[in-house]
Every structure is written in structure tokens, then in C-alpha cells.
Ligand binder design. Structure first.
Ligand SMILES: [Fe+2]
Length: 278
């Protein structure tokens, strides 16, 4: 089988200046350090890492400086897109060598990795928790997808274009999901729409395409599907996603793995040296 192309996705890092836990409880810096270690140790080595928004918790130059210090040990190339907790201007300043498609406004990027197009869309809206793709981003997405119709493309944005059933997150999802769907439906090369924002592993179909939410390395949004509680979080097992693309007929096959972060018992062999099941 041809060697797969492996795209790691991490999301919602929520880095604050040193010494300030998120919501007074979560050490998001230590969580990111564990995540970076897990990415560095994973074999085969992922080809690229996409950070799908909320890099900072409250944007400030200090928070982005600390984020860069925490990401410095990462041995893999990476790119980030803003979430609702980020500042476009501060991200432009923090990552001056990023190849943003537009010289001002949204931080959209197309990154080619081993036969795949990674299309990073900025869905942030200044000062608002909900998301929206602005007209320049939609026009750029359309032109970008039209430019090489035979190449598989993975779309990344912070805000899910669907309701996951968690009431307080659903009202801050992507507000113009219909505009995204209208474009995606015209390009069969879109193999995945990968998002963040909800800090939970979630899967649905959107515009005929598998669409995921990536878990976070820190806390999870409480899975309150019954509107029982005020907006809450839980410190659940941290994880990231590995989008693994196997080249092949047509657009090949994309397989997404959920990877828990931490030290676990194993791996243990299933079989004894004589081939008998243990
Ligand atoms: Fe978010």
C-alpha cells in the first residue's frame, strides 16, 4: 500500500500568559506540553500539524509569545487558524512567515502536503463567539477549490457548520453554513471538513462530506444534550486527531483516528512466540 500522508489536527489550546490557569482551573500550558510530546513521539511522523483555532484564551502579545515558546519543541511543521478567542492582528504579528492568502483581514491559507491541499479558513468574527466566513474567504475558497479539481482537499475551520446538540455551543456555531455548503457541493475533491470549538470528538455529514470536531488537549465542553446545566466544562481524557490519507483510485481514502494523549498500559502482544493467542 502507498505510504499515507498524515495530517495531525490539534485544537483549542487556550494558552494564557504564564501562571494563569484557564477558568481558574485548567493548566492549558502543561496540557499543550503533553500534546507536543505526543506528536513528537508518534510514528510514523505526521507530515503536518493544523491547529484549528483558539490558540490563545484571551488574546495578548504575552499569550502568543508563550504559545510560541510552548510550540518551539514541536518537531513538525504546523499552521494555525484563528478561533473566537484569537486576534487576527496578533496572530499575523506572532507568525510573520505564515503564507496567508489575503494581505489583510481573514487569515486563510492553502498548504500543499504530499498530494493533498489543506485549505485553512478563518471563521472568526471580531469580538463575537460565533463564526462566519466573510465574502473574501468564500470567494477565495471557491477559486482555490476550482484551481486543481483532481487533488483531494481537506478544509479546516474553527467553527462547526452544524449543531452538535450542546445548546450554548450550537448558538455560536458557523452562522453562514449554507454559504459554505453551496461551495463544497460543487467540488467533489473536498474529502473532509475538520473543525474545533467544542473540545469534543464529533462526527457528522455536512454538504455530503464527513465533518468532524477535534477534541482538545485540555478540557472538554460538557456533553449536556438535555440543557440541564449552565455552560460547563469537564477535564476529560485529552486527545487529538490524525487525518490519514491513503493515495489510491479517485481521491484515495481518508481515515481519521482519535488519539488519546497520555501514558497508557501497553502495547502488549496478542500472541505468544509460538503463535498461540495469549
Ligand atoms: Fe472556540
Amino acid at each position: 500500500m502507498a505510504k499515507p500522508v498524515i495530517i495531525a489536527q490539534i485544537s483549542d489550546l487556550h494558552i494564557k500568559p504564564p501562571g494563569s490557569p484557564a477558568y481558574g482551573k485548567v493548566d492549558t500550558a502543561a496540557a499543550l506540553e503533553r500534546c507536543v510530546t505526543a506528536l513528537n513521539e508518534f510514528l510514523p511522523r505526521p507530515d503536518f500539524v493544523v491547529i484549528s483555532g483558539d490558540l490563545a484564551d484571551t488574546p495578548s502579545p504575552e499569550a502568543y509569545e508563550y504559545l510560541k515558546r510552548l510550540l518551539a519543541p514541536l518537531k513538525l511543521p504546523f499552521a494555525g487558524i484563528p478561533g473566537n478567542h484569537d486576534s487576527r492582528e496578533m496572530m499575523r504579528a506572532a507568525f510573520p512567515s505564515a503564507a496567508y492568502a489575503l494581505s489583510s483581514g481573514p487569515l486563510d491559507q492553502r498548504i500543499e502536503v504530499g498530494g493533498l491541499d489543506l485549505v485553512l479558513l478563518d471563521s472568526s468574527v471580531h469580538g463575537k463567539p460565533e463564526g462566519e466566513l466573510e465574502a473574501p474567504t468564500l470567494q477565495w475558497l471557491d477559486a482555490t477549490l476550482a484551481s486543481s479539481p483532481d487533488k483531494p482537499a481537506l478544509l479546516f475551520l474553527h467553527h462547526p457548520p452544524f449543531k452538535a446538540g450542546i445548546w450554548h455551543m450550537d448558538r455560536q456555531n458557523l452562522q453562514n453554513a449554507g454559504a459554505l455548503a453551496e461551495i463544497v457541493r460543487r467540488y467533489p475533491r473536498v474529502q473532509l471538513i475538520a473543525t474545533g470549538h467544542v473540545h469534543r470528538a464529533t462526527l457528522t455529514m455536512f454538504a455530503g462530506v464527513p465533518t468532524t470536531i477535534c477534541p482538545a488537549p485540555n478540557h472538554a465542553v460538557d456533553l449536556d444534550l438535555a440543557e440541564l446545566r449552565e455552560p460547563s466544562f469537564k477535564v476529560e481524557p485529552p486527545a487529538f486527531h490524525l487525518h490519514t490519507w491513503f493515495p489510491g483510485e479517485g481521491f484515495g481514502r481518508l481515515v481519521t483516528h482519535h488519539v488519546p494523549i497520555g501514558t497508557f498500559d501497553g502495547p502488549h502482544p496478542f500472541f505468544a512466540p509460538d503463535g498461540k493467542l495469549l
